[in-house]
Design a protein around this ligand. Structure first.
Ligand code: ZN
Length: 156
């Protein structure tokens, strides 16, 4: 019940994936009085975390379940926590999923991974346009084959 409520809460920034698929829900403890949920925020620079909390509270309120939310900062969230299903959905949504599991950590600030696949035509003949796409968590790429620009979800 609790998991199914959480699975229906979309990521505030990428509505096609749920916060469960995003990998931010660390644990759930259910007591007689309250559901205690531990959440690890994604990128610290992302403003989405307040939305997570508001959305979770609102969803549980609709089911009349009291909920308590606690942030856990260690271990830090990484893109490796994205489920495979989430990566498929990201690509269908037009965002290239992270290429390697946190291998290119330093690339958040410099350069970019070499083999980012275009979500439209699946070509890897793509180029980095800007380190920052629609949000700080994403980089802007463009495809040399279909010429479409797209967001790349950076690895951390
Ligand atoms: Zn393309």
């Amino acid at each position: 019940m609790v998991w199914s409520i959480l699975k229906n809460i979309p990521d505030p920034e990428i509505p096609v994936i749920s916060i469960v698929e995003l990998g931010v829900v660390r644990s759930i403890v259910i007591t007689d009085e309250v559901v205690h949920i531990k959440i690890t925020p994604t990128y610290s620079g992302c403003p989405a975390i307040d939305r997570f909390v508001d959305d979770i509270k609102a969803s549980f309120k609709r089911h009349e379940i009291p909920v308590e939310i606690e942030f856990v900062y260690s271990p830090a969230w990484t893109t490796a926590w994205l489920t495979d299903e989430a990566k498929v959905k990201l690509e269908k949504y037009g965002i290239a999923p992270p290429v390697e599991n946190s291998e290119d950590k330093g690339l958040l600030f410099q350069g970019g991974p070499k083999q980012v696949r275009c979500p439209q035509c699946k070509s890897t003949n793509t180029k980095l346009v800007s380190q920052f796409g629609s949000t700080a968590c994403k980089a802007l790429y463009s495809c040399n084959d279909c010429l479409e620009p797209f967001d790349y979800f950076k690895c951390i």
